[in-house]
Design a protein around this ligand. Structure first.
Ligand code: GLC
Length: 448
């Protein structure tokens, strides 16, 4: 069990109630929306982090979150990045934009696979109940990871690719600029109307040009019925993301522990092999020009020169030689020294840095959480503490925003955000007292 750093401020149980209440407010009957108006559906990795955050307060609700997500798994094993439990005309792009017949009620690609790691956390600090629940979902996670290797690394190169920037969960980070600029926007791209900018300041969201490119890939996918082979071989966009690869590697390591714990010995060799493949494959993302892990655009065969918060997930994955680790620690120190709060989503010295624009500068709690876990794993405790404390302080001062400005600390994007609240609870979980747990469990009908 991870202990919070000694310097972690102690919340009163009343203060932690605010975060719990927010997650309940975002509950839509067994699943949690990221935030009310901007994202009114269920998102894949959001649900993973939400389940983690509430797991020490209400186990059964936490597992339900994962079950609702996994119920939407495709027969090929893919777990979609959005589940549209109901049609909501205030969200764009909705089901009809993803598929012509719109029967599936899901988006048609995935998101960073955090679920195995979330489940392992829930089981390793849980009870027989958690073990039993994990057992019922284990095969679905195996199928999910199998899908990643077959659909996103069909040539067996050792690391998985993404076919849309949205699959990375870091939609408009500069990692995808090379690939997106390399694409042609078709003349017959249908006119569309963004909804996000009616809720959030345009300057905090992806640009219209980025959106045209996102929609171009969507159109291509819709037109070829999301044929994985076609998307991989000929689709408009293909890139290797350090985020997805490091998260998948960590997820496989956690799945391995889970398989051992549950006694699923027949799966051990397969998982061990995935770990071996990715450990070698991740070296592909080492960018010698800047001595850092970065993304790689497969259509132009070019490394991106940006160091992002996903680069620092190398520690979470347990990847890198001693020399590579030491370079990455130097980058980490340098970047943290260049902003008031860490970890920014982009190196502030990079030409594309924008402190308010989504994944091009702002801080995201979930990324901070994973970076801190990785730093603790390699015993870089003061860096881990700095990142955790910044995450806690940002939320305390500026609320449960979607992301935060690394220079001023102000909250940006959507408000009342589930994963920001959930990570806050997770970082402070050992501080939350029994009384407050009791209230959470007994307040089932308070809000909605
Ligand atoms: C944005 C983020 C993505 C997240 C979603 C819902 O699209 O880029 O990572 O899952 O919002 O919060």
């Amino acid at each position: 069990i991870r202990r919070p750093p000694r310097s972690t401020p102690k919340p009163s149980s009343a203060a932690s109630d605010v975060y719990k209440r927010q997650i309940k407010k975002n509950d839509r009957g067994g699943f949690t929306v990221p935030t009310n108006r901007l994202y009114p559906h269920q998102w894949n990795w959001d649900s993973g982090f939400t389940a983690l955050g509430i797991s020490s307060l209400d186990k059964s609700r936490a597992w339900q979150e994962l079950v609702m997500l996994i119920n939407a798994q495709w027969t090929n094993g893919m777990l979609p990045h959005i589940i549209f439990h109901e049609n909501n005309p205030n969200y764009f792009p909705g089901p009809d934009q993803w598929q012509k017949n719109a029967e599936s009620q899901t988006s048609c690609h995935s998101q960073p696979p955090v679920l195995a790691s979330v489940m392992w956390q829930m089981v390793s600090r849980g009870t027989e109940y958690d073990k039993m629940k994990a057992g019922t979902l284990f095969n679905s996670i195996m199928a999910y990871h199998r899908w990643f290797f077959s659909a996103r690394d069909p040539d067996k190169e050792g690391c998985v690719s993404i076919i849309h920037p949205w699959e990375s969960g870091r939609d408009n980070c500069p990692d995808w600029d090379i690939g997106l600029n390399n694409m042609k926007i078709p003349k017959n791209l249908e006119q569309y109307f963004r909804k996000d900018t009616s809720y959030v300041d345009k300057l905090e969201r992806p640009t219209d040009d980025h959106y045209d490119r996102f929609m171009t890939i969507l159109k291509y996918g819709r037109d070829c019925n999301w044929d994985n082979v076609k998307m991989h071989n000929e689709g408009p966009f293909l890139a290797i993301d350090p985020g997805v690869n490091f998260i998948l590697l960590r997820a496989n390591k956690d799945l391995y522990k889970l398989a051992n714990y549950l006694g699923y010995s027949e799966t051990i060799n397969e998982i061990r092999n995935w770990i071996k493949i990715l450990e070698q494959g991740c070296q592909k993302m080492w960018n010698k020009d800047i001595n850092a892990f970065t993304s790689f655009d497969k259509r132009t065969n070019t490394y991106c020169d940006a160091i992002t918060n996903a680069s620092f997930l190398c520690f979470y994955a347990g990847v890198g030689s001693n020399q590579q680790k030491s370079y990455m620690i130097d980058h980490c120190n340098r970047i943290l020294n260049n902003c008031n709060y860490g970890m920014p989503s982009l190196d502030p010295m990079h030409k594309c840095f924008e402190s308010k624009r989504y994944w091009r500068g702002p801080i995201w709690s979930i990324m901070n959480y994973m970076i801190a876990v990785g730093l603790e794993d390699i015993n870089e405790l003061s860096l881990a503490d700095k990142i955790k404390n910044d995450t806690i302080q940002l939320v305390k001062k500026n609320g449960m925003a979607e992301y935060f400005d690394p220079i001023t600390g102000i909250g940006l994007g959507g408000r009342d955000f589930s994963w920001t609240a959930a990570i806050h609870l997770e970082l402070l979980k050992d501080e939350i007292d029994i009384n407050s747990k009791h209230n959470f469990l007994n307040n089932k009908n308070v809000i909605n």
